[in-house]
Write a protein of this length. Structure first.
Length: 152
């Protein structure tokens, strides 16, 4: 079994379809800080709270020039409905084959997604990594902003 990526590693590249009828890749954000928020599922209670909090605090991410990307295994149609319902100001990416989840080591028991967050710096290096053992909580915005500020 391959070692899971972590702080100091180069972030694995991905190209995934997402909201807004387009594809997203990590490399397109080179030169910017990226927050990768892997979440278990659209329209679930904790995921909805997490992504709504990130959306409500998008100005904080903007102040530190960070782009938020939500990633889960649902398809784009599910993401479009979820994003429209909550008016998310950041894209949701569809990793239906779980390739990005595998690359980042965020699959748990029975190949189920684990709530996880990574901060990738402008040069593509992981500077913060958190993989939840139990996905009933999530990393708060202030913790992520502190991690991003520490990069500079």
């Amino acid at each position: 079994m391959a070692r899971a990526v972590g702080v100091g590693d180069t972030a694995p590249e991905f190209s995934l379809p997402g909201t807004g009828s387009r594809n997203y890749s990590l490399s397109q954000y080179r030169g910017s800080t990226v927050v990768l928020a892997f979440y278990p599922g659209d329209n679930t209670p904790v995921c909805t709270r997490q992504l709504c909090q990130y959306n409500d605090e998008l100005s904080q991410f903007a102040q530190v020039s960070a782009q938020v990307l939500g990633i889960s295994t649902q398809d784009v149609a599910s993401h479009e409905q979820f994003a429209a319902k909550h008016r998310f100001g950041f894209p949701l990416l569809a990793d239906v084959d779980k390739s990005a989840h595998r690359a980042y080591g965020v699959l748990g028991l029975m190949d189920l997604p684990r709530r996880s967050v990574f901060v990738v710096d402008a040069s593509g290096v992981i500077r913060y990594a958190h993989r939840a053992v139990v996905g009933v909580t999530y990393r708060p915005v202030d913790e992520l902003i502190t991690a991003i500020a520490a990069i500079r």
